[in-house]
Design a protein around this ligand. Sequence first.
Ligand code: IYR
Length: 229
Amino acid sequence: MSEAIYEPLNFQRLTEEEQLRRSEEFLTTMQQRRTVRHFSPQPVPFALIENAIATAGTAPSGAHQQPWSFVVVSDAQVKHEIRLAAEAEEYESYTHRMSDEWKAALARLGTDWHKDFIDVVPYLIVVFAQRYGITPSPISREGGGDQQFKHYYVDESVGIAVGLLIASLHQAGLATVTHTPSPMNFLSRILNRPRNERAYVLLPVGYPANDCQVPQLERKRLNQIMSVV
Ligand code: IYR
């Protein structure tokens, strides 16, 4: 039996002209997004970070469980602690853990284990995926303690949210890099996160450095990524 309670959809039908205009404008904006690894220490308005996270929170999610948390780090000492831990893992990865094939695939990005951008940026956004939900239960309940419940499609949901987050940051004139030091469990420790959460991605956010360079890369063309049946 369904418990769903419905309400009227708030939907604005646009003219076809307006649809095309908006769609092309958004495409042009997104085509200009680049992953940035050289940042300026210049401060950024906190409202832009809040809006980007609020935008991420509009993502669809499995069973509408919204299995995500976003931790904004601005404290220089915490950033530094995260940098040292990330670099320790990355050093191990680059020197021992990554296969030659993997390193060859990364060669054109020019990355290595140094992650100074973690110290430089005004904000880090650390995204956590909630592997399961927790409902606080009344102490009086038999057995006590919190109730766990399963979350569905966690990776898909959080991935979509991160996509929206990155789009919002770019739209707001900010730059970021999807940094995934591996393994990332040090983030749960440093940021003191609950046991149902695992770190999903680390996004340093700021303005690009004045002399910022990015690798020369091409995106696949539409006819390489789309087929119509
Ligand atoms: N996490 C490492 C390595 C790395 C892996 C992939 I796949 C990339 O697209 C980029 C980097 C690092 O951040 O350097």
